[in-house]
Design a protein around this ligand. Sequence first.
Ligand code: DGP
Length: 123
Amino acid sequence: MTAYDDGNIFAKILRGEIPCDKVYENDHALAFRDINPQTPVHILVIPKGRYVSMDDFSAQASDAEIAGFTRAVGQVARDAGVAATGYRFLANHGQDGRQEVAHFHVHVFGGKNLGRMIKPVDK
Ligand code: DGP
């Protein structure tokens, strides 16, 4: 498993070293708007703990952290007004998942029809 790097950008946001457009926070999670939104609603939800990815979080996080994080994702979607219309939450992991920031995060996309989940591969 990749070691956690405290120099990643989301660690800096958690320490308050760089600003973010915060939309929600609880004991175990922080949510803020993506700097480069892909959809009308594009929010990132991150655990406050030092987890690299879903692989790391799912294996190492406590039940309380997993519960707090999962509740944060649902609350963020409700607060953003997309729970009724629909949304997508997505986590990229590792090289094939094209994960850019090595602190576990879930993207919450919504505010429009999001189309197909994944572009079909060429056969
Ligand atoms: P991913 O490929 O899943 O690791 O996506 C990382 C996302 O993080 C990408 O959508 C852009 C966003 N992002 C990168 N740097 C910052 C930042 O400094 N602030 C905010 N709000 N978002 C950032």
